[in-house]
Design a protein around this ligand. Sequence first.
Ligand code: BDR
Ligand code: CA
Length: 314
Amino acid sequence: MTRIPIILDGDPGHDDAIAWVLANASPELDIKAVTTCCGNQTIEKTTYNTQRICTLIGLHVPTAKGRSCPLVSAPIIAPTVHGESGLDGPALPEPDFDLVPMTAVELIAKTLQESDEPVTLVPTGPLTNIAAFLIAHPELKSKVKQISLMGGGVQFGNWTPAAEFNILVDPEAAKIVFESGIPIIMAGLDVTEKALIKPYDFERIRALNNPVAKVVAEWLDFFYQFHTQLGYEGAPVHDAVAVAALIHPEIMDMRDLYVQVETEGDFCKGATVADFLGVTGKAPNAKVIMGIDRDAFADLLVEAAKYYNGEVAK
Ligand code: BDR
Ligand code: CA
């Protein structure tokens, strides 16, 4: 099987962590590097969480810390959703490896330079590192095959009525990414609010009883606790959709659309505005995921958790 080389970039975060559990368990994917960004919590906390997640799941690839703040805007964090640590809930192992002594941008550049084939970027936090990389290394743009990102929403927001968290935190970075000309797969709220993992799925995962599955079930418990107060029937595991889109696009509905990012405004800062009727005359710049087979998505996460039983070969 030809594996898709990818770089994971995120701000874990419960759903980032589950996205990485899925990526690491997927034989279709070849994780070349991991980079961290600030978002759900400070860069110190998301980086420490990254090291603990990678230790738990046995993912030992070059890992680097990203920028401590967005390109222009002041940082926003999300302790109400992910807790003070950025990944509250189950105890995690202490890191068993060191970060590489380079920045996230340098590691992304090095990974692309050394790769024989174009690499797919999978950002599941604010797009700060990706934009900073594109600014610093325009010569490497052709080495990026595509960007499968979690961010935005062409119908509604979650941090403001118009804006989704990842895009709102660093709209200038998002604008650079959407205007880069690199093919984009956008797992925004349009789909991720439908990617609900329900309590009976948590139990299917918990019942596997391996160390990773047990932690994933507890992450889901924690993440669901916040969402249940808002009336959700499950936990929207947003970030895992950006990974699933690479391995099982057939369980999703995608629409080619031209998407612009609003960087200013009293009400719409951070909005991702899609041209549904073609009024701009611009060619689509993103495959926007609008729907998903929820049951198939849940099954995918359960299967991924089985990988950590040690019975599923990669
Ligand atoms: C996004 O914001 C973060 O809290 C999640 O990790 C996800 O990437 C959802 O809006
Ligand atoms: Ca995230």
